[in-house]
Design a protein around this ligand. Structure first.
Ligand code: HEM
Ligand code: HEM
Length: 162
C-alpha cells in the first residue's frame, strides 16, 4: 500500500545509484552501438539485431526502473521538505516522473530501432538521450543546491544518511 515514509528504503537507494552507474555506462560507451548501427543503415553489414553490451545493459536498466516504480507505488517516497516552494516542488516531481518516462521510453525506442532495423525509433532514441542528459544536469544541480545552499536532508536521504 502506498504511504509517505520518513526515508527511502535501502533497496530504493541502491537501485537509484545502480541505475545512475548503468546510465553513465550507456552514455560513455555508446560509440560501439552507434558504429554498428551506422554500418547497418549504410548496408555494410546485414541489417539484423545482434547481442551488444549496450542492448543488454539497456534491458537491465528497464527491469530495474520497473522495480523502482513498483517500490514507489508500494513503499512510497518521502515527502519534499516543508520549506520547498510550491513551484520548485512541482518541478522536482515533474523531473522525477520525466526520468521514469525517459528511462522506459529509451530502452523501448532503442529496441524498436535495433530489432526492426529502422531509423525513426533511432532518431527518437537520440533525441531522448539529449533530454535525459539535460534532465540529469538539472537534477544533480538541484540535489547539490539542496545540500550546500538550502541545507536540507534531501541529498543525505538518497545516501541513506540521517
Ligand atoms: C536507458 C537505457 C538506454 C540509454 C540511456 C541509452 C543511451 C544511448 C545513447 C546516449 C546513444 C547515443 C545517441 C546519440 O548520441 O545520438 C544510444 C544509441 C543507440 N542505442 Fe541506446 N540507450 C539505452 C537503451 C538501449 C536499448 C535497450 C537498445 C536496443 C535494444 C538501444 C539501442 C541503441 C541504438 C541502436 C543506438 C544507435 C542509434 C542512435 O544513435 O540512436 N539503446 N543509446
Ligand atoms: C542517471 C542519473 C540519474 C537518474 C536517472 C536519477 C533519477 C532519480 C529519480 C527518478 C528520483 C526520484 C525517486 C523517486 O521519488 O522515485 C531521484 C531522486 C534523487 N536523486 Fe537522482 N538520478 C540521477 C542522478 C543523480 C545524481 C548525480 C544525484 C546527486 C548529485 C542525484 C540525487 C538524487 C537525490 C538527492 C534524490 C532524492 C530526491 C528527494 O528525496 O526528493 N541523482 N533520482
Amino acid at each position: 500500500m502506498k504511504t509517505t515514509p520518513e526515508n527511502f528504503s535501502k533497496t530504493q537507494i541502491y537501485l537509484h545509484w545502480l541505475v545512475v552507474a548503468l546510465v553513465t555506462f550507456q552514455f560513455v560507451l555508446s560509440k560501439g552501438i552507434e558504429a554498428i548501427w551506422e554500418k547497418r543503415m549504410d548496408g555494410l553489414v546485414p541489417n539484423e539485431p545482434s547481442a551488444n553490451p549496450h542492448v543488454i545493459i539497456g534491458a537491465v536498466i528497464l527491469t530495474l526502473v520497473l522495480w523502482r516504480l513498483w517500490l514507489r507505488f508500494n513503499h512510497g517516497v518521502p515527502a519534499l521538505p516543508q520549506s520547498e516552494k510550491p513551484l520548485i516542488g512541482l518541478i522536482a516531481k515533474a523531473t522525477h516522473w520525466l526520468f521514469y518516462i525517459l528511462l522506459i521510453g529509451m530502452p523501448l525506442s532503442g529496441a524498436g530501432a535495433w530489432v526492426l532495423g529502422i531509423e525513426q525509433p533511432a532518431f527518437t532514441h537520440g533525441l531522448a538521450s539529449k533530454s535525459l542528459l539535460a534532465l540529469i544536469a538539472l537534477h544533480a544541480a538541484a540535489a547539490l543546491y539542496h545540500h550546500f545552499i538550502l541545507k536540507t536532508n534531501v541529498f543525505r536521504r538518497m545516501l541513506g544518511i540521517k
